[in-house]
Design a binder for this molecule. Sequence first.
Ligand SMILES: [Zn+2]
Length: 174
Amino acid sequence: MHNHPDQPQQTAPTAAGPAQPAPPAQTDAADPQAQQQGDGNAPRRSDRPEPRPERPLKPALRRGWRRRCPNCGSGPLMKGFLKVRDHCPVCRETFSHHRADDGPAYLTILIVGHLSAPLMGSVWMAWQPEPLVLFTVFAIGTVALSLYLLPRLKGAMVAFQWARYMHGFGAGGA
Ligand SMILES: [Zn+2]
């Protein structure tokens, strides 16, 4: 909505001149001004990976799977069943940058489908139960497994994006 994604913001508040040209060193499109580590190593291009604190992947994935904040591990990641919070209530880490979209649903279908289809065949070959019994058991089982996996896979996916500085997670706290 507002116009900040391409413009460095520090050129605005000079009251006299209407449009001062931006200094050429700050034309980063992705990351306007906030390099919060002042190690003097200013990045020249926005596509070069910047020095950032390491975010270990495995603990983040484990915390996301448990639907906890990938940063501190104690704050809840979700509010409700699937809705990701905007911030961690404990450490104030921002989650609103995530782009999980339908990835968790894709993974859930992938896993549940690859488990249930061969299992159904094996059960049929082994015991040949009544079709209605087979249907009922697998209908309940697959729905239950999907509902179990979906929020956990979503948490893990958000944690993966956080740990890899993907999407807005890499934009320096914007
Ligand atoms: Zn946290």
